[in-house]
Design a protein around this ligand. Structure first.
Ligand SMILES: Nc1ncnc2c1ncn2[C@@H]1O[C@H](COP(=O)(O)OP(=O)(O)OP(=O)(O)O)[C@@H](O)[C@H]1O
Length: 460
């Protein structure tokens, strides 16, 4: 610790403070995250996990790890300081002025490159959101906050914990299916949508409505001026069946957007060469040819490649193979569990006010709150009463002991990217299955049945 002088506290996360420090030798600035060691073993494990994961990730689009040490009952993780702040702050600064397309493509390409790097190492991020994505002073994207990340061959203890931020959580998680690489892709889709519109794709005025919209994949269309490839990509990233979503590898190498992304990606960051996998490059002319060809067979509308309108295959052209069709709505299990749950009240635990949280709203006597079982209220009705903006926070469901939902529900963190609820027509075509067999999926080895855990905890 003597090696660093503390500049200022830049924030407080659920695991502890984040300090801006300066190395006495090099005079370089770093972020030092400190975590109280003895109090809560599970949080200590989370922090050690973040340190270990960070130390394994070396990529231009991932917050660089410098060192970790334990001192004075604190675990200290020293990492690269991203002076441009996080992407959520950047989006908020725009107010109503949309980002130029080049910025969107550049940032998104870098997010994909960082995510691809961790997926190649079979690590899932599990909490990708604008607040966990940082910018350096020269505008480079860095994925951070690996506190929720999960190695696929993770310990049983970790597999019993669910982590996510409801606004960014994919339908399969609400459906109690395992978290997988495509779940990260869904979350990236949410961030991409925010970059394109300055709003969140799934606006809702209640938790139930949010879950329903996510599970239907219903989002307002992107502005028409954006390139066709972005419309098409987002449509695929928000496929409700994870098998139908492209992996980040596909997005970067063989998707219609790949060429555009590579134009905005420094070559060393793309990290896509030598993988021994197919490489397809879509050009607009090729797309037109395919569209013409398919059009002659009445498979696509002629407007498909003209602008933002997307291909719609009539039902007779769909693959006859018996692929699993996902229901348009969320599984009954999650709504059932939420609806039947007996719980919750809040009480104070670890201290902390995040930078964008009003103290009078987020704290009770300077303490964060967490949920525990108590008066027999139904979770769903409680969720309906709780401010929906809290759905921008990270949730954990601990399978063994402890409080069921840790933290975020009680925080009234707002988010300017969330706006009033809008009626959105469901794009039925998006719900159709279309698996990419060459796209390798991976998922948690021992996934957490968190609905089951909820039910056990709530004695349903
Ligand atoms: N490497 C970094 N560079 C610049 N700012 C950072 C960096 N890491 C974290 N921060 C900022 O420090 C603050 C605290 O971050 P931290 O990750 O500890 O908590 P959080 O993301 O706010 O919450 P939680 O980790 O509980 O989800 C946030 O405002 C975040 O933007």
């Amino acid at each position: 610790m003597e090696r660093y002088s503390v500049h200022k506290v830049i924030g407080e996360g659920s695991f502890g403070r984040a300090l801006l420090v300066r190395c006495r030798n090099s005079q370089e600035e770093y972020v030092l995250k400190e975590v109280q060691l003895p109090k809560n073993q599970s949080k200590v494990k989370n922090s050690r996990r973040e340190a270990i994961l960070l130390s394994r990730m070396k990529h231009p689009n991932i917050v660089a790890f410098r060192e970790a040490f334990e001192a004075d009952c604190l675990l200290c993780i020293v990492m690269e300081f991203c002076s441009g702040g996080d992407l959520l702050q950047r989006i908020r600064r725009q107010k109503t002025t949309l980002f130029p397309v080049d910025d969107i493509l550049k940032w998104f390409a870098q997010m994909c490159a960082g995510t691809k790097h961790i997926h190649d190492k079979r690590v899932l991020h599990r909490d990708l959101k604008a607040k966990n994505i940082f910018l350096t002073d020269n505008g480079t994207i860095k994925l951070g906050d690996f506190g929720s990340a999960c190695l696929l061959n993770s310990s049983k203890a970790y597999a019993q914990t669910y982590v996510g931020t409801p606004y960014y959580v994919s339908p399969e998680i609400w459906d109690n299916k395992p978290y997988n690489n495509k779940s990260d892709v869904w979350s990236l889709g949410c961030v991409l949508y925010e970059l394109c519109t300055l709003r969140h794709p799934f606006q809702a005025s209640s938790w139930k409505s949010l879950i329903l919209k996510v599970c239907r994949g219903a989002y307002p269309p992107l502005p028409r001026h954006l390139p066709y490839e972005l419309h098409y990509l987002l449509k695929q990233m928000f496929k409700t069946n994870p098998k139908d979503r492209p992996s980040v590898h596909t997005i970067l190498t063989s998707h219609r957007i790949s060429r555009l992304l590579h134009e905005h990606l420094p070559s060393q960051a793309s990290d896509t060469e030598g993988q021994g996998r197919r490489k397809r490059r879509w050009r607009r002319e090729e797309g037109m040819k395919v569209a013409d060809h398919l059009g002659q067979k009445s498979l696509v509308t002629t407007s498909t490649f003209e602008g933002a309108k997307l291909a719609e295959a009539p039902s007779e052209s769909r693959e006859p193979a018996p692929r699993r069709q996902w229901a348009a709505g969320p599984s009954d299990s999650v709504l059932q569990a939420l609806g039947d749950a007996r719980l919750l009240s809040s009480h104070s635990v670890a201290s902390g006010v995040s930078e964008d949280t009003g103290p009078e709203e987020s704290e009770e006597g300077g303490q964060r709150r967490r949920w525990e079982e108590s008066p027999p209220e139904r979770l769903l009705s409680l969720l309906e009463k709780v401010q929906l903006s809290t759905a921008f926070s990270t949730y954990s469901v601990h399978g063994t002991g402890g409080s069921p939902l840790v933290g975020p529900l009680s925080q009234t963190q707002g988010d300017d990217t969330d706006g009033p609820e809008e009626e959105v027509a469901v794009d039925e075509e998006r719900l159709e299955s279309r698996s990419d067999d060459e796209d390798t999926d991976f998922e948690e080895e021992s996934p957490c049945d968190w609905i089951d855990e909820l039910e056990k905890m709530f004695c349903l």
